[in-house]
Write a protein that binds this ligand. Structure first.
Ligand code: FHN
Length: 430
């Protein structure tokens, strides 16, 4: 087990048990979908303003075109909950472009005042989350703001020295006091319970500035969880790098933010989709190591969710919802000493869940010394025969027989009930 100085702890049961959430990156960048004046960005699409150096005055004009006639918050939240099996949603209330996706009194550069649709998208989502009992979290870019003269700017392709110089000339504290904090206050007071604030790219924020954001949030909604990227290791949980998962179980609360293709915001040219199988394996690996998987969609400017994303999430969701007990509320377990291509384990008190990824006649779990009470297919409670006796080499092994009708199946979960609280894996010896 990897141990760090501080064990990140959200103190929120819902976060510890959730395991699977939906990230939504949506803003004006969706209108460009990765291309501006015939030039395609080769960076993540929500960075197009920055990557292609689009001047503020020009980029702002995109707001005149934002009219998401196909956006249906109710249908999206219902689908995320019932079909995809997600337990929380994190929505970009303001990304680095500086545009608020809700009605803000602090800046007219917002979806109600600056667009022809005059729709408060956050309000629509918050209402739907309330209706379907879905936890709502909000992404807020607290350091980078390419629209505000005092917000930090990083340069995807730029000169590091110039970037630092430009940022140091800004009055970041002024921006923090006059845009960030008032906007945080707005999203925390106008939209009901906000379960999480997802900060990002803290850049040169000082410890005091990160702490000011935290204090403000906790003074309004004390149970609101704060992501690792508030900066200075002050978050309630550890946020991994984008699309990176810890190789080993990690102690405490953590989350992997991840994409389905290579971008967060919608990019019409990005067809590098991961397949449902890979996503499912990642979800189980992350769950098994104790974390949450926050998986992204980037709606089109019209509000439509890309068909490919829906297809992948539907397939993954089928497994997740059919095998819920083996995912939600599971806890980090000891490391199984062998690498298996055909399975990953998750754990609960007195239960080992074997998530099977390849057709098999039997499950042989070598070096497992648990006393087994019962084994069954999780989806339909079908009881399975099992044997617990040492191998000729004297190693412990649990063998579970797979009945004929399941032998050709890929993707099912077997629950092994044990007398012990957790898995008992024996170390390898010669
Ligand atoms: O710069 C952002 C990026 O656009 C996206 O929002 C991701 C999500 O984790 N966070 C930053 C890069 O790490």
């Amino acid at each position: 087990m990897v141990k760090y100085d501080r064990v990140p702890d959200t103190k929120q049961k819902w976060f510890k048990e959730a395991k699977y959430g939906l990230f939504i990156h949506w803003g004006l960048y969706a209108l460009l979908a990765g291309e501006y004046k015939g030039v395609k960005t080769d960076h993540i699409s929500e960075w197009i303003m920055n990557s292609l150096g689009i001047p503020v005055g020009e980029y702002e004009k995109l707001a005149d075109e934002f009219n998401p006639v196909d956006f249906d918050a109710d249908a999206l939240v219902k689908m995320a909950k019932e079909k995809w099996g997600m337990k929380y949603i994190v929505f970009t209330s303001k990304h680095h472009e500086g545009f608020a996706m809700y009605k803000s009194e602090v800046s007219k550069y917002n979806v109600v005042d600056a667009t022809p649709c005059h729709r408060d998208i956050l309000k629509e989502l918050a209402d739907a989350c309330k209706k379907y009992d879905m936890r709502l979290g909000l992404y807020y870019s607290q350091a980078q703001d390419w629209h505000d003269p005092n917000g930090y700017v990083s340069h995807a392709n730029g000169d590091e020295a110039q970037r630092k110089d430009n940022n140091f000339k800004k009055d970041f504290q002024y921006y923090l006091d006059n845009k960030v904090k008032p906007q945080l206050k707005e999203i925390l007071t106008g939209y009901g319970e906000i379960s999480l604030i997802w900060f990002d790219t803290p850049m040169a924020m000082t410890k005091e500035q990160s702490q000011e954001c935290i204090d403000l949030i906790k003074s309004i909604q004390p149970n609101c969880v704060i992501s690792g990227r508030v900066g200075n290791q002050l978050g309630d949980y550890m946020t991994t790098g984008d699309n990176f998962l810890p190789r080993l179980p990690f102690e405490g609360d953590w989350e992997v933010p991840a994409t389905l293709n290579d971008t967060w915001g919608f990019n019409k040219d990005d067809e590098n989709w991961k397949n449902p199988e890979d996503i499912l394996k990642l979800l189980i690996k992350i769950t098994s190591r104790g974390g949450n998987y926050l998986l992204n969609i980037g709606p089109k400017a019209s509000g439509e969710i890309p068909e490919k994303s829906v297809g992948i999430l539907n397939e993954v969701g089928k497994y997740v919802t059919e095998n819920a007990d083996g995912i939600y509320g599971t806890v980090r377990g000891d490391i199984y000493p062998y690498e298996l291509s055909w399975a990953e384990f998750t754990y609960k008190k007195n239960k080992i869940f074997v998530h099977v990824f390849e057709p098999r006649k039997r499950l042989e779990i070598l070096n497992c010394a648990n006393h087994v009470k019962k084994a069954y297919i999780l989806k339909n409670d079908q009881e399975l025969d099992f044997v617990v006796e040492p191998t000729c080499e004297g190693d412990t092994i649990v063998t579970v027989e797979i009945p004929k009708e399941w032998r050709e199946e890929k993707y099912y979960c077997v629950c092994i009930e044990t007398e012990e609280d957790g898995p008992v894996f024996e170390p390898l010896r010669g």
